[in-house]
Design a protein. Structure first.
Lengths: 183, 159, 418
């Protein structure tokens, strides 16, 4: 088992479903990234996933909730699963999925930072060059700025597109469809 | 003499020639392109229609098979390729995405390629089977043989 | 036999361009030269696999500057999936990587299934179908790569077997492509009778077909000259650039998710992982050919060891009950109603699941808020990352090599743009 206690800027460690999530302070992300790569050996950055939590827990999340083991009639009907989702610290989370690529000993960890709108995140292109396009995508679709990125341009949308499409306050667009239950 | 010489009108002869060697343009965009490639393969064999010569240059192509989802960023190159084709030219919108946007009713997908080019035949399916695309091509040939003008003369863009 | 060109095989140090890792910039001495021509490859180009645009600076025939522009197929999958229920959202991922479609379904469904127990039969069948999809993907790659390099007849040979695989898919699922057969909890329907015999016939035919493909090009001098020594990528550069799959294994790194972090039942079948050291286009070609042979072996073992039993999990809150029960059981009726109208719910949490797709590590990051719709789904597409490596592989390349190198990275633009 790896010891994550000395990761710079570590705020919280979460374990769940066989995965470890290390939440670090955004300004110290580059140090934490270098520590993980050089000291602990996470040499492979698999993915950078940004998520927008605007409206989290707002609608449609309580009620009939399923479980793997079936229902126990002696417990109240929601079996304790009925709770609103835990509130999140900031609006955006940026998750870096890291992998220690060593035959026979591969390990995964998720490095996570939380930022608000217009708060920049240090770029890790100097640590893992593959972060180049992932960070451009996060900028393009979410509007998260990465400080120190050598080429911060839109990558998937048109160069003159306005807005950041995957934010929750950006409409789905398209044409309205009559008689359809979806929006 | 009727056994050795055929008599016809000029329009019918020209239409017959157009249908027998209507060369498509390589405009494969997404999943439908893979099924379009499989009609070139030996089982479905589009060469029997004289169409296996997919031209890379739009100036040498007669038919534009838009196979796949067209997004706003790609709409300008699509229109440019269509403009570079010489008349007479036909367009087949292959698949649900090219015909109407398919399952992608969102900010980035064009809801039907007939918003920017004049489409002759829409082929439904996601993706359409190679036989379905061939049915579309055969119907296009029937249209041409019957004397129906191409879509840009008939109804233009937006239908 | 003519002498193969004396090209370097693998390099020391790093070739990743700086400061921007994915853009090869003009060298200083050529910036004021009149001899540099900027050419646009694509987005509508017969040899870039799909709508990829490469802005290339050419000095004569040599490529001195390269930048890849993508986004011409960005369909907004992720935002669309947030609008649909979990069940309906499974239809979307297939079209992301449309050549190995079942892998995308698999990775999304595995992410949802962190909470369910899936029966054995479904797991073995999923593995069998995924290996068939791997062969399908490599066949399409080989056919089109051959076509682009001038070995045109390869296309027809590969697509002959590809149609056999699609016949098998049609036999099982009813559709040739985009089968939508994997469900959260197992398979949508039981495996129809007659499939195992047809699949066994395929397993006999396929190794001979692979021999035919190799006989076509493997000793052809033109093929060897056009693929050996090109597109070099060292192991360290490949890891730094996030490469995975055949590109990584052709650079000498022995890493395959099926063996290292097994999912489905890969830990119970026997297969080799081909690795080569040269890091060039020819090495990637050989790795994929070997992988096709190994996939046939896996399919053979799965056919012989397929267990009987149910094909989908029993949890009625997630899986529709069988129709006969709707006439007799009130709970089944209510479950059916709830699942069809509202959809099942996935408990709150986030999970990142990876599988070894034919292109590399395909990952799916799912965030659920406990509701009936996904909150966020992000797909880690291996082709997106592979295109970042074009600038590194394209050093000292000629125009004709450009096509060979981009082809060897086996990119599918649906994945890149999503």
């Amino acid at each position: 088992m790896l010891n994550y206690n000395r990761v710079p800027g570590l705020v919280e460690t979460r374990e769940g479903k066989g995965e470890t999530t290390l939440v670090v302070d955004a300004p110290r992300l580059r140090e934490a990234a270098r520590y993980l790569r050089d000291e602990l050996g996470f040499n492979f950055l698999s993915d950078i996933a940004a998520t927008d939590y605007l409206g989290w827990g707002g609608k449609g999340v309580s009620g009939y909730i399923g479980s793997a083991g079936g229902r126990d009639l002696n417990k109240p009907s929601t079996q304790g699963l009925q709770r609103l989702p835990r509130p999140k610290p900031r609006r955006f989370s940026v998750s870096y999925h890291l992998l220690m690529l060593r035959a026979g000993a591969g390990t995964r960890v998720r490095l996570q930072v939380w930022v608000d709108d217009a708060e920049p995140v240090p770029s890790v292109v100097a640590v893992w060059p593959t972060a180049d396009w992932h960070e451009r995508e996060a900028w393009d679709l979410f509007g998260i700025r990465f400080d120190g990125h050598p080429n911060p341009q839109r990558i998937l949308m048109d160069d003159d597109w306005e807005g950041h499409p995957l934010r929750k306050d950006y409409p789905i667009g398209g044409e309205p469809v009559r008689f359809s239950g979806e929006e | 003499m009727e056994r050795a010489v055929g008599l016809t009108t000029l329009e019918k002869a020209v239409a017959w020639a157009q249908t027998k060697s209507m060369w498509p343009d390589t405009f494969g965009l997404a999943c439908c392109a893979i099924e379009m490639m499989s009609i070139v393969s030996s089982r479905y064999d589009i060469a029997r229609f004289g169409m296996e010569a997919f031209r890379s240059s739009p100036r040498q192509a007669d038919l534009l098979i838009v196979s796949g989802r067209v997004v706003h960023k790609m709409a300008a190159p699509l229109r440019q390729v269509y403009d570079q084709m010489l008349e007479p030219k036909w367009v087949i919108a292959m698949g649900a995405c090219a015909s109407s946007g398919g399952m992608f009713n969102n900010y980035t997908t064009l809801q039907g390629v007939d918003k920017i080019v004049a489409v002759d035949i829409h082929v439904p399916g996601c993706p359409p089977r190679p036989e379905a695309l061939m049915e579309g091509i055969v119907r296009l040939h029937e249209k041409v043989l019957a004397g129906v003008p191409p879509a840009y003369e008939l109804h233009g863009v937006g239908c | 036999m003519a002498i193969a060109p004396q090209r370097p095989r693998i390099y020391e140090g790093t070739r990743i361009p700086s400061p921007i890792p994915s853009v090869l910039e003009l060298p200083q001495e050529l910036r004021t030269s009149d001899d540099v021509l900027t050419v646009n490859f694509g987005p509508n180009h017969p040899s870039t696999h799909g709508v990829l645009r490469l802005v290339v600076d050419l000095h004569g025939e040599e490529v001195v500057g390269l930048a890849a522009v993508i986004g011409y197929l960005h369909t907004g999958f992720e935002k669309n999936m947030e609008q649909k229920s979990w069940w309906k959202a499974i239809t979307y991922p297939e079209r992301i990587d449309y050549v190995s479609f079942q892998y995308n379904e698999l990775v999304f469904v595995l992410a949802i299934e962190q909470l369910l127990e899936v029966p054995e039969r479904a797991t073995w069948m999923r593995m069998l179908l995924c290996e068939l999809t791997r062969i399908h993907s490599h066949l399409v790659w080989l056919g089109t790569a051959g076509l682009e390099l001038g070995a045109i007849s390869m296309f027809w040979y590969c697509f002959r077997e590809r149609d056999r695989i699609l016949d098998l898919f049609e036999l099982v699922t009813g559709v040739r492509m985009h089968t939508r057969y994997f469900q959260a909890g197992g398979l949508a329907e039981d495996i129809p009778p007659g499939f195992f015999d047809e699949c066994a016939k395929f397993v006999e035919v396929m190794p001979k077909a692979i021999d035919e493909y190799e006989a076509l090009v493997d000793r052809s001098q033109i093929w060897l000259e056009r693929t050996q020594g090109l597109g070099l990528l060292s192991a360290d550069d490949a890891i730094a650039l996030g490469q995975s799959g055949p590109v990584l294994r052709a650079s000498g790194v022995d890493w395959d998710l099926r063996r290292e972090q097994p999912y489905l039942v890969y830990d119970r079948v026997d297969f080799r992982v081909p690795v080569r050291q040269e890091g060039d286009v020819y090495a990637r070609y050989r790795v994929r050919m070997e992988e096709m042979r190994e996939s046939v072996r896996i399919i053979d073992q799965a056919l012989r060891r397929m267990p009987g039993g149910p094909w989908i999990a029993d949890d009625r809150k997630v899986v529709l009950p069988p129709r006969e029960e709707l006439h007799t059981s009130m709970e089944s009726l209510i479950h059916h109603f709830k699942i069809v109208t509202e959809g099942y719910r996935v408990p709150e949490g986030e999970v990142y699941v990876t599988v070894e797709s034919p292109r590399g590590e395909l990952g799916c990051y799912v965030v659920s808020d406990g509701g009936p719709k996904p909150w966020r789904v992000k797909f880690r597409a291996p082709s997106f990352v592979a295109l970042e490596a074009t600038a590194t592989c394209m050093r000292n390349a000629l125009v004709a090599d450009l096509i060979a190198i981009v082809g060897s990275l086996d990119t599918v633009m649906g994945e890149v743009d999503r």
